[in-house]
Design a binder for this molecule. Structure first.
Ligand SMILES: [Zn+2]
Length: 204
């Protein structure tokens, strides 16, 4: 899909899963190249998300500075020398935590957690809301400590009736959950298609 074009409903709110990401592992060569100005070779990102300056911190670690919306966004490249594979991490400009990837949001880069915090109070995807409801109903029926009560991949069909409950009540409650789960899975499937079909920067 060409950049800037998309189909279907108008996007009014963007979600974590719909953002483009940059991955720490793709920056390994930046540890050895000369310092200076660079641009990410990623045409799904806008200009400000691509251009950065590579500098060195006092501790020796290297840092990328993106200027987005006239503000510097500093992302350090941290090599974990403890692991045999010398895994590379990038730091989130907001929480400074080491991450394997960062999301490109409209005016920044941020980690999943920071973006999640930003949006959690404002919205929840319909399938997430439904999943929460299903889990709540499962717990009401089988209890909080029932194994796999939160595992959406586990089928409830053969989960037992609580001893104290009448069969009629149990069947009604279980059928309700089954009904919701039958709505849930096609939603997740559709969401995945939208998520991986997108090739644009969502407005937020
Ligand atoms: Zn963060």
């Amino acid at each position: 899909m060409p950049k800037g074009h998309y189909y279907g409903r108008t996007q009014t709110r963007a979600y974590t899963g719909e953002y483009h990401r940059i991955f720490a592992k793709t920056f390994k060569n930046l540890l050895t190249v000369p310092l200076g100005n660079y641009s990410l070779n990623a045409d799904f990102l806008n200009n400000e998300h691509q251009k950065f300056k590579l500098t060195t911190l006092e501790c020796g670690a290297r840092m990328m500075t993106f200027t987005i919306n006239n503000k510097p966004h500093k992302i350090a490249l941290i090599l974990d020398k403890r692991s045999a594979s010398n895994k590379l991490y990038i730091t989130c400009p907001y929480c400074q935590k080491q991450r394997q990837s960062l999301y490109a949001i409209k005016y920044a880069y941020g980690c999943r957690q920071c973006i999640g915090l930003h949006y959690a109070s404002q919205s929840e995807r319909p399938n997430e809301r439904l999943m929460r409801r299903i889990r709540k109903l499962r717990k009401e029926l089988w209890g909080y400590d029932w194994p796999d009560v939160n595992n959406m991949f586990e089928q409830i069909a053969y989960w037992p009736k609580p001893k104290w409950m009448r069969w009629k009540t149990f069947n009604l409650k279980r059928d309700k959950i089954t009904e919701l789960e039958n709505i849930y899975w096609p939603m997740v499937d559709a969401h995945m298609k939208v998520m991986f079909g997108h090739n644009f920067m969502p407005d937020c």
